[in-house]
Design a protein around this ligand. Structure first.
Ligand code: AGP
Length: 609
């Protein structure tokens, strides 16, 4: 999705804002640009070279006059208009004195575009964003101050978006406003910044602030009609700049995969006290309210949705509360039956996925209590929910999530145990024991990660295949879904996931000797059933890979390759069985010569519907 970085203050360099854009590259983009206000007015450079746009932009920074005190930058992920030079941001008005960058979609842009065209404005692009610059131009011409003009135009725009604008007559201030879409404010070394997310500016900013909605904020010099940084709520972001640097690995995907045992341990440790009890001060919901919960709904997208599916088993197991799980983009258009005995849990690594945000907002409006499980402090989801459980996975740069997935499951598991304890379904001693056993799973995850090379060797004969099926039952079905999603995202291959028992109801027709079936068969109460499903698959000639617990020779004899993971309690098994599948997705993509950090068509944080 589009990324925004803007900086103002003495000695701000276009190169610094560029570095911020570089750090937003992971969000996905297809064109990029920079603008500054120098002594000669607004200067803009833009480029549309697809994934190489930032490399191209870097080579052109010298075209900008040095010594400006205000620079704004943008990476664009095309929505309205193709990824061309004309459509790249920043955009300007007819006078060239208003310059802006925009993330999100102006839903009513057609009528607004028709309006500005009818007023004689010449539009140079097909974007919804440029229209905003011309509307602001009209307000300025009518005598408004920049902040008022921006606020007035913004109130006419429908949709979710963040806007950052600068004005030639105000070279000391940048103005920002947002609705739902991410944007934060930061300061450091006498300079002030706007950015789509914190990783973009970790090396230049020391203090971070929440950006309110629907309010024009000015950074740099104070400006009439705009609130300044002193009015904003600080954000306790403790990530360091080195957390987002690629060290010792070929890709962020592989680096973050290697960190996942630590990320999981940090997350669960932050939610367990020394005596094995729950750290409940994180969970700011009245225990009595939790105790009378009669229904939990978990919503999320992609990998976070899959963590929610695992969460369903955990909550039903420990807390005996009925749980439904839905894809956020579907849930938001349902008519769910909710009241204040219902809790809706939004799971989102970024806390900025628009689908999840709107699903949780809708649930709150229908009377439900809400809980966010997110990795980003101060994210939109964390702010709109009644309470938050933070995962402590550190920043996740890779588009394809790994370490946050395990951390989400860890947080949901601890919530499930706490709820079970509150509701009296498990004794405090059992709860403590369950928490401690969960914490110990980190060691098993680490062992599985240490086997990465071994998994890759066993997978080598399969990397040329282009049809994969993942099967598992109960807790392993979400793992199958996650394995298939990882492979799709990174390798663009057809990968399907099914509950193992469902194969015979149709999908088995697709199996032949060209197909590879990855069967998840940990030692649990359904193991025999899955072994029988593997026999069915073998009888159709498909090649089989099993993911099984150490020592399960029986499962191994049914497969061409066995990917063993250390044995853990069946209830924690998704935390280890997913590891070989994450390795597999990376290995297959690499064998096909694909860049693991730049999967085509994907954005890290999906802030549009
Ligand atoms: C994960 O590998 C994917 N990139 C994607 O499915 C992701 O999980 C989804 O977009 C949700 O993102 P969120 O967790 O930030 O809300």
């Amino acid at each position: 999705m589009c990324g925004i970085v803007g900086g103002v203050g003495p000695s701000i360099l276009a190169a610094e804002v560029f570095e911020g854009l570089k750090r937003l590259e992971y969000r996905g983009y297809d064109s990029a640009g920079l603008a500054l206000i120098g002594t000669g007015g607004v200067e803009v450079i833009r480029t549309a070279c697809g994934r190489h746009s930032l490399d191209d932009l870097k080579g052109r920074i010298d075209e900008l006059t040095p010594g400006a005190s205000l620079v704004i930058g943008h990476t664009r992920w095309a929505t309205h208009g193709a990824p061309t030079l004309e459509n790249a941001h920043p955009h300007t008005d007819c006078t060239g004195r208003v310059v802006l960058v925009h993330n999100g979609i102006v839903d009513n842009f057609r009528e607004l575009r028709a309006e500005v065209v009818s007023h004689g404005h010449e539009l140079k692009s097909a974007t919804d964003s440029e229209v905003i610059a011309h509307l602001i131009e009209e307000e300025l011409a009518a005598g408004m101050e920049p902040a008022a003009a921006l606020g007035s135009v913004f109130s006419r725009l429908s949709g979710h978006m963040a806007l950052v604008a600068a004005f030639a007559q105000f070279p000391g201030s940048i103005f920002g406003i947002r609705r739902t879409s991410p944007l934060l404010v930061a300061e450091g070394d006498g300079r002030s910044f706007f950015a789509s997310d914190a990783p973009a500016i970790l090396d230049v900013a020391t203090s971070f602030y929440e950006m309110p909605e629907e309010r024009v904020i000015a950074i740099g010099k104070l400006a009439n009609g705009a609130a300044g940084v002193s009015t904003l709520t600080p954000l306790a972001i403790d990530w360091a700049s080195q957390d987002v640097e690629l060290v010792g690995h070929q890709s962020f995907y592989e680096m973050e995969l290697s960190q996942e045992a630590g990320a999981f341990l940090d997350t669960v440790s932050s939610l367990i006290d020394e005596g094995g009890g729950a750290v409940v001060d994180e969970l700011k919901v009245d225990p009595y309210e939790l105790k009378r919960l009669r229904k939990v709904t978990v919503v999320g997208c992609g990998t976070s949705y899959h963590a929610g599916l695992v969460g369903r088993f955990l909550i039903e197991h420990f807390a005996k509360v009925p749980v439904e799980v839905d894809v956020a983009s579907e849930y938001r258009y349902r008519d769910p039956i909710l009241d204040d005995d219902a809790l809706v849990v939004g799971v989102s690594q970024s806390g900025e996925s628009l689908d999840t945000i709107t699903a949780v907002k809708g649930a709150a409006a229908a009377g439900a209590r809400t809980l966010a499980v997110t990795n980003v402090i101060g994210s939109q989801l964390s702010r709109l929910s009644d309470t938050v459980l933070y995962t402590r996975a550190g920043p996740e740069v890779s588009v394809a999530s790994t370490k946050t997935h395990l951390s989400q499951i860890g947080a949901l598991a601890l919530f499930a145990i706490y709820l079970g304890e509150l509701k009296g379904h498990i004794y405090p001693e059992e709860a403590r024991e369950a928490r401690n056993s969960l914490r110990k799973v980190a060691a098993a995850i680490e062992v599985a990660l240490e086997r990465k090379r071994g998994y890759e060797e066993k997978l080598a004969p399969f990397v040329g295949t282009d049809r994969f099926f993942f099967i598992g039952r109960n807790l392993q079905y979400p793992v199958a879904l996650e394995g298939a999603l990882k492979l799709k995202e990174l390798s663009y291959l057809a990968a399907e996931a099914y509950p193992a028992g469902e194969l015979k109801h149709g999908p088995i027709a697709m199996l032949d000797s060209e197909a590879v079936v990855v069967a998840l068969v940990p030692r649990d109460r359904l193991r025999e059933k899955v072994l029988a499903n593997i026999e069915e698959v073998r009888a159709r000639g498909a090649r089989v890979i099993v993911v099984a617990f150490d020592g399960d020779d029986e499962a191994a004899t049914l497969a061409e390759a066995a990917l063993f993971v250390p044995e853990v309690r069946p209830i924690w098994s998704p935390l280890v069985t997913v590891v070989p599948l994450q390795v597999m997705a990376g290995a297959v993509a690499r064998s096909r010569g694909l860049n693991l950090d730049r999967p085509r068509n994907l954005a890290k944080t999906v802030t549009v519907e």
